[in-house]
Design a protein around this ligand. Structure first.
Ligand code: SF4
Ligand code: SF4
Length: 477
């Protein structure tokens, strides 16, 4: 228990955890072996069952909700692999968010409160501040500051993690997408009329660190026959807030996100499908209902909104043209399932189907591809040693797969893999799925299949070939 805080009164206990949800766990233990933190420690307390048991004990007043519990919940990666294996349907991710929020409100010392306020309530909401933060980070990287500090303090894992961060692109490559990327080919005949246009989430971190992924996403949506619109002025969906125990901030950002995308309408004024290329954001947006009380207007609105959210692979797989050109990718490709795509959204086959449909792509399965890579939002920066320990088995699996390219579908995972493989596999490339699809469009435009080969598309490819010089995935890596 934190020495500066008192134990909450029993009447307050129910609000600290979702006690009713904790009763779903039947203690079978099927989730234990798959949990990365249990694998690292072998301790029951670091397992999903142990954590749920602790939450239940808090709800019953048998356990003090203090710094020990906060530490255990902070050690958890929030990967939700336990949910995929749970026969009782325990909603671990939801329970974790509720408990983290309560504990953060009660046991966060003021300097950390200030950092949380600045990062979660100010920076992630402002494109200007995010851009400023990215420019500052780039300045530090280019001056060698992090490397120098890491050499000076060799035992600081956090400085080592900062020194290993992938390079922040120049400001010119961090420009936002245009409000509209027009379709460059007709869509499939059976497509919903309202899919002539879709909306796309740009996100908070993606435009600053992996803007090329957003550009590849918009281009490939356009080439699959839908105009791609963005929500000008919108920044963050609130996933970072929810995962870091700030549910009030997450609620506010959920409302602004729904406002921004509800304002984008297509045929017959119907709201557009929202395509998301970040697994963590997509999982969170599909679960906005968890943030609001059932029966409220917000809850009903969140339900309707969730039905329109699609992950990029989920949206593209049924629309992928039958003929596409070779991608020019030579090395075998391994797909790593982002936790919030496979465990959070149940999407596993679509990304593989897309890769398998691209001529020239040789896909290999990586052992235990549903295991967490250790990125987990801001976890890799907050707990770099634990993140590295979790990543070690992924690094080994990649090496054993014989792949030369790692494909993922989440920005945090991409950054973790880029940093993690930089030393052990310097020749390896890390790509977002959209970048692999894009290479079928950009690198071999004259050999594209019939649907990808319209005159409009050809012109567009040539134009992009000049504009996008130096920013293809290959060049960027
Ligand atoms: S979310 Fe991941 S790390 Fe946390 S308890 Fe579940 S399996 Fe373990
Ligand atoms: S698999 Fe589900 S029910 Fe079984 S111990 Fe884990 S959380 Fe509890």
């Amino acid at each position: 228990m934190n020495g500066t805080q008192s134990c909450p009164a029993p009447s307050d206990l129910a609000s600290i955890v979702d006690y009713a949800a904790s009763l779903d766990c039947i203690h079978c233990g099927l989730c234990l072996e798959a949990c990365p933190t249990y694998t690292l420690t072998g301790r029951e307390g670091s397992s999903p069952r142990g954590r749920i048991h602790a939450m239940r004990a808090v709800g019953e007043g048998r356990l003090e909700a203090g710094s020990a519990l906060k530490e255990e919940l902070s050690f958890c990666l929030g990967c939700r692999r336990c949910e995929s294996l749970c026969p009782a349907g325990a909603r671990y991710g939801h329970m974790l968010s509720v408990a983290r929020d309560s504990l953060a409100q009660r046991f966060t010392p003021w300097p950390a409160r200030l950092v949380r306020f600045l990062s979660l309530r100010l920076v992630v909401r402002s494109r200007l501040l995010l851009s400023g933060a990215a420019s500052t980070l780039r300045l530090c990287q280019r001056s060698g500051l992090f490397q120098a500090l890491a050499r000076l303090f060799p035992r600081s894992a956090r400085l080592a993690a900062l020194a290993a961060l992938p390079a922040v692109p120049a400001r010119a490559a961090r420009r936002p997408l245009p409000p509209l990327t027009p379709a460059t080919a007709p869509g499939p005949a059976e497509t919903d009329a309202n899919d002539a246009e879709v909306a796309m989430l740009e996100g908070c971190v993606m435009p600053e660190l992996l803007g090329r992924v957003n550009r590849a996403t918009a281009r490939t949506i356009a080439a699959a026959g839908s105009s791609c619109r963005t929500a000008p002025g919108h920044v963050c969906c609130g996933a970072l807030n929810a995962h870091n125990g700030d549910l009030a901030g997450a609620r506010a950002l959920a409302r602004t996100t729904m406002d921004a995308f509800d304002a984008l309408t297509g045929a017959a004024d119907a709201p557009l499908t929202v395509v998301v290329n970040s697994a963590g954001c997509g999982a969170h947006m599909k679960e906005y209902v968890e943030l609001f009380e059932p029966g409220t207007q917000d809850h009903a609105r969140a339900q309707a909104f969730a039905s329109r959210v699609r992950d990029y692979a989920e949206w593209l797989a049924p629309r992928l043209p039958a003929l596409v050109s070779p991608t020019g990718i030579q090395a075998p490709v391994a797909y790593d399932d982002p936790c919030h795509l496979c465990h959070g959204q149940g999407i596993r086959s679509e990304p593989r189907a897309i890769l398998d449909a691209l001529p020239g792509v040789q896909r290999v399965e990586m052992e235990d591809s549903e295991a967490c890579c250790g990125s987990a939002g801001t976890y890799a920066l907050q707990r770099p040693e634990d993140a590295q320990a979790v990543f070690a088995s992924r690094e080994r699996a990649f090496g054993e797969s014989g792949a030369g390219i790692l494909v993922t579908a989440n920005p945090g995972c991409a950054l973790q893999w880029i940093a993690g493989l930089a030393t052990s596999h310097p020749q390896a490339r890390v790509l977002h799925l959209a970048e692999v699809v894009e290479q079928a469009l950009v690198e071999q435009p004259d050999e594209l299949g019939a649907r990808w080969n319209s005159p409009v598309a050809r012109q567009s490819h040539r134009r992009r070939g000049k504009e996008g010089e130096g920013e293809t995935a290959e060049a960027a890596l």
